[in-house]
Structures are given as structure tokens and as C-alpha cells.
Design a protein around this ligand. Structure first.
Ligand code: 3PG
Ligand code: MG
Length: 399
């Protein structure tokens, strides 16, 4: 890999130099209070930022948050993130209230050696995500003006061909940050020759989101365990009725083909927790996977399934897990995710947790993060990496 790294940049010397860092500070916010509910992605970028500030660089950080539509939208402001980042770094983070406007220019200009600024949400500018190359490039020109060097530590966004991820590194000497390097190192071990048995656990709501990764992984894995909302489309493909559970009708045939292609490899729930409604206080019972009542919807995998999945991961040497097993945000439907996560953590295998939701689940359920080999900060990015796709942000660093 011909990527220059943060260590190469540090070796060149950064004292007094302006460094632009692309981070993925896209953290979940509480809908009511706007508070950060999981700061994992902020903490994940601290090693890179501390190395730069410690070496005396003038550091400008930029990121997206959520999916605003190319114009300022207060609910997606990064201001709260700037405050949290400052607390974690133990030094104030100077916040620019725009991306490349007057506030950004004066904030960057005023930075002293070893100081940090954060620009407002990049997606407040249409140029960040634009499909129009000229619009994207003109935004990239302005962003690149804030640095003499560019460090990409936004692993969660490397699959996006966006101005700050793809076009800025073409304009500045560019380096991979510590987080990006670690993520690539771990995920490349999974795509190479992982130690067997190699077990993959997939959850989350939609089969369609995971289809490409299932296709890519199926020939490589020894076992593929499927829970979460997506299991109901597979159960339907097995010929079971799924009541009012989440169902992607147009994927049923695809699921049937996948199961036929790899007989015995795909493991589905044998019992599920079925509820009257999508609510934490809904009436619910554990039922057989082939006996979901017509008026009920499955919101978690059942205890027998947890035991079966736990047995399947027990002997594994490599495990990749992406996606919760149920609606873990609601206590009655968190047992499946907790049970499977604990089994993975206790397996003795090399374990990788992929993705925003599963990483958030680990922390929300109070599980010990250090009992997993690696918790990825990238949801879509880690899946696309495992699919073998070219990731624009990584490709840009290789050039
Ligand atoms: C993520 O949360 O998956 C990353 O931050 C990328 O965000 P996006 O899916 O909105 O591009
Ligand atoms: Mg995403």
C-alpha cells in the first residue's frame, strides 16, 4: 500500500504548519434534547488530533453530521460536537459557524500552534456531496485553502465520493490518520485469509442494504447467522408467515436463492419475540419462528436462537458482526443483541464489530468495549470494504 501516514507527516515536521483533518464526527444526537448519545466517533479521532497538536500543528477539523440538504440546518450543527471534542482533548476547540465563509476563514487564520478549530457541518454546503464535479471541486478548492497538508481520519466516510473525502486530497499532500490505518489493517485481515472457522453475524433492518456484502461473504465464511429485522424476509423465503414484521417482499426470491446456493451455511432464528406494536410497552411473547401470529411483529430474536447463535460463535476463530439482532433501544427487545454480543465477546476469536449501529449497541448496552478485537467506526464503509469495492477516500490517499 503506497499510502503515506500520519507518522510520515510528523516526521516531516508540522510545528506551525496548517493541517486539515477530515474526521467522521457524525454522531447520533437525541431527537428531543440534541445531546450526543454516543461519542465513540469523537473519541476514535483523538489519537490523530493529539499527535498533531502535540507536535505544534495548527489543526482544522472538518466533518459532516447527518444528511442536511446542502444548506444550513440548525438540527445538524456540529457546535455540540465542538464542545465535546474540546472536553475530550482538554483544550478549547474554536468553532466556525460556516464551512468556507467569513467565520471559517477568520477562525482558521487565528489558530495558534497546537490549537484546534472545527468547521461547521460540511453538508451545509451543496458542494460537499454534489454530483456536479465542478461544484464539488470549487468547494474542495476553498477547503484545501485551510491546510498545507491533509489528513484523512474519517473512516466512516471513505466510501463517499465527496469533496472533503475525494477532491481535497488531490489538492494537498495527503496522509492517512491513525484511525483510518487501523480500520484498513483490521478489515484487510478479514478479506485475506481469516483464521477459521470464520463466522459472520448480520442484523439490522434491511436485506437490500446487506445484499452485496452477503453475496461477497457467503463463499468465504463457514457460518452466516442472520437476525434483526432482515431475518423476516429470510423466514418468509423459508415458507413461514411473519405477521406484520418488517418484510421486503421483493427480496424474498433473492433470499431463497442465497439459502439454496449455500445449503446449511445460513443460520436463521428458530424463535422470535413478537409484539403487538412497535413500542417499548407493547404486549409481547416469544413464539416459534414458524408460528408468528398474523397480527404481531417480530422485534427481537428469541432465547433459543440466542443459545444457538452463541454455540455457533463459540468455536469460531474469526467473527465479524454487523447489525443489531433486535430493537435494542427498547429494553424488552434488547436481550437478543445483548446475548449475541456477549457470546461474541466471550468467544476467544478475533472479533470485529462493524458499523454505526452495532458499535452504538455495544456501548448503549454497557458491554466492555475492550472485550472485542476491533470496533469499527464505519457502517457502510466497513461493509463496502468487505464487499471488495474501491473506496474513493482510500483510493484518493493512494494516489
Ligand atoms: C455513517 O454514519 O455511515 C457515515 O458517517 C456516513 O454517513 P452517510 O451515510 O450519511 O454518508
Ligand atoms: Mg450510513
Amino acid at each position: 500500500m503506497s499510502i503515506r501516514t500520519l507518522d510520515d507527516l510528523l516526521a516531516e515536521g508540522v510545528s506551525g504548519r496548517r493541517v486539515l483533518v477530515r474526521a467522521d464526527l457524525n454522531v447520533p444526537l437525541d431527537k428531543q434534547t440534541g445531546e450526543i448519545t454516543d461519542d465513540g466517533r469523537i473519541r476514535a479521532v483523538l489519537p490523530t488530533l493529539s499527535a498533531l497538536t502535540g507536535a505544534g500543528a495548527k489543526v482544522t477539523v472538518c466533518s459532516h453530521l447527518g444528511r442536511p440538504k446542502g444548506e444550513p440546518d440548525p438540527q445538524f450543527s456540529l457546535r455540540a460536537v465542538a464542545d465535546r471534542l474540546g472536553e475530550l482533548l482538554g483544550a478549547p476547540v474554536h468553532f466556525a459557524t460556516d464551512t468556507v465563509g467569513d467565520s471559517a476563514r477568520s477562525t482558521v487564520e487565528a489558530l495558534g500552534d497546537g490549537a484546534v478549530a472545527l468547521l461547521e457541518n460540511l453538508r451545509f454546503n451543496a458542494g460537499e456531496t454534489s454530483k456536479d464535479e465542478a461544484e464539488r471541486k470549487s468547494f474542495a478548492d476553498q477547503l484545501a485553502g485551510f491546510g498545507e497538508a491533509y489528513v484523512d481520519d474519517a473512516f466512516g466516510a471513505v466510501h463517499r465520493k465527496h469533496a472533503s473525502v475525494y477532491d481535497v486530497p488531490a489538492r494537498l499532500p495527503h496522509y492517512a490518520g491513525r484511525l483510518v490505518l487501523r480500520e484498513v489493517e483490521v478489515l484487510s485481515a478479514l478479506t485475506g485469509e481469516p483464521e477459521r472457522p470464520y463466522v459472520v453475524v448480520l442484523g439490522g433492518s434491511k436485506v437490500s442494504d446487506k445484499l452485496a456484502v452477503i453475496e461477497a461473504l457467503l463463499p468465504k465464511v463457514d457460518r452466516l447467522l442472520i437476525g434483526g429485522g432482515m431475518c423476516f424476509t429470510f423466514l418468509k423465503a423459508q415458507g413461514h408467515e411473519v405477521g406484520t414484521s418488517l418484510l421486503e417482499k421483493d427480496m424474498v426470491e433473492t433470499c431463497r436463492n442465497l439459502m439454496e446456493r449455500a445449503p446449511g451455511k445460513i443460520m436463521l432464528p428458530v424463535d422470535v419475540v413478537a409484539a403487538d406494536a412497535f413500542a417499548p410497552d407493547a404486549a409481547h411473547d416469544t413464539v416459534r419462528a414458524d408460528g408468528i401470529p398474523s397480527h404481531r411483529l417480530g422485534l427481537d430474536i428469541g432465547p433459543e436462537t440466542v443459545a444457538g447463535f452463541a454455540a455457533a460463535v463459540k468455536g469460531a476463530k474469526t467473527i465479524f458482526w454487523n447489525g443489531p439482532m433486535g430493537v435494542f433501544e427498547m429494553a424488552p427487545f434488547a436481550h437478543g443483541t445483548r446475548g449475541v454480543a456477549e457470546a461474541i465477546a466471550g468467544s476467544g476469536a478475533f472479533t470485529v464489530v462493524g458499523g454505526g449501529d452495532s458499535a452504538a449497541a455495544v456501548r448503549a448496552l454497557g458491554l466492555d468495549e475492550s472485550s472485542f478485537g476491533h470496533i469499527s467506526t464505519g457502517g457502510g464503509a466497513s461493509l463496502e470494504y468487505l464487499e471488495g469495492k474501491t473506496l474513493p477516500g482510500i483510493a484518493a490517499l493512494e494516489n
